[in-house]
Design a protein around this ligand. Structure first.
Ligand code: F6P
Length: 320
């Protein structure tokens, strides 16, 4: 393979740059030229790209976001957009494509593969909702961002006997909220996968304060409701002083954790290696520490990765 292309698509996440660096350097080491497509599939449709050399990826490993930039691309869902993207890719002489992104991006990757171009997908989304991988790129850094924020909140919450309702991202998936609850020692996580009883939560909150606790942290996954509404309801029911923090896009940025740098390095190198071996139409995943391949078609038709039911159980058992 003489030329391959790479793009980052959908919501950015930390570790994308580490992955791009690995793709470029592993590609060059194997004698392939690497084209970086800008702004996801938009760059394929509009022909915005750069030839990447080893210096193009110097000093990017430690940065969050993606130096190629990213976008969600509606045109890729149309036949005309898909045709143009594929023609342009062929016109660039790219014999393979690496797509780094979440579920929508992997659908785009599969669509291009169906046009006869070898494609490897790399799961990258803080939501950790992509099946056939234990972890997606960016999840670990996002969790560390959430934990840092909660640790800081606990200081101020304790100084005022307050409850904080903290909203995490994750779209329809409660993974970030539930894992952050366990790892930060927060009291509750409200997630879309499980029903919750706000009356019970209010009763528990009262009891906690009677027992002398000085703070309570309630995590709300964005798919389970709005932190502001939950806080208002708590105030209305028990007159409790609450404050709200919506973590929003803060979770997605920042220097990637070692886990995400290593995962990005392994994914990037494995993507190149698999394209060179002729393995198109696959997504890479991390399962029990090994990098594994799953058919893109299986990935995009299998729905979201479910949360391990032990996690919510553990979160509630540890928060007493
Ligand atoms: O999929 C990643 C994610 O950050 C979700 O958690 C969130 O719902 C969404 O993207 C936000 O999208 P945008 O960056 O377009 O506002």
């Amino acid at each position: 393979m003489k030329r391959l292309a790479v793009l980052t698509s959908g919501g950015d996440c930390s570790g994308m740059n580490a992955t791009l660096r690995a793709v470029v350097r592993a590609g060059l080491a194997s004698g392939a030229e690497v084209i970086g497509i800008q702004k996801g599939f938009h760059g394929l449709i509009d022909r915005h790209y750069d030839i990447l050399d080893t210096r193009s990826v110097s000093n990017v490993l430690q940065r969050g976001g993606t130096f190629l930039q990213s976008a969600r691309c509606k045109e890729m869902r149309t036949e005309a957009g898909l045709r143009l993207a594929t023609e342009n890719l062929k016109g660039l002489g790219a014999e393979g494509l690496i797509v780094i992104g979440g579920d929508g991006s992997l659908k785009g990757a599969y669509a291009i593969y169906q046009q006869g171009i070898p494609v490897i997908g790399i799961p990258a989304s803080i939501d950790n909702d992509i099946p056939f991988t234990d972890m997606s790129l960016g999840v670990d850094t996002a969790l560390n961002n959430i934990i840092t924020a909660i640790d800081n909140l606990k200081d101020t919450a304790s100084s005022h006997d307050r409850a904080f309702v903290v909203e995490t991202m994750g779209r329809d998936c409660g993974y970030l909220a539930v894992v952050a609850t366990i790892a930060s020692g927060a009291e509750y996580s409200l997630i879309p996968e499980e029903p919750y009883d706000l009356d019970q939560i209010c009763t528990d909150l009262r009891r906690r304060y009677r027992e002398g606790r000085s703070n309570s942290i309630i995590l709300v996954a964005e798919g389970a409701g709005s932190a502001q509404e939950i806080a208002d309801q708590i105030k209305e029911r028990i007159g409790f002083e609450t404050r709200v923090m919506v973590l929003g896009h803060y979770q997605r940025g920042g220097s990637p954790s070692v886990f995400d740098r290593l995962l990005g390095a392994r994914f990037g190198q494995a993507a190149v290696e698999n394209l060179l071996k002729g393995n198109g139409g696959k997504m890479l995943g991390l399962r029990a520490r090994e990098i594994v391949l799953t058919d893109l078609e299986t990935v995009i038709t299998s729905g979201s990765r479910p949360i391990d039911p032990m996690l919510p159980l553990l979160a509630s058992q540890l928060a007493v």
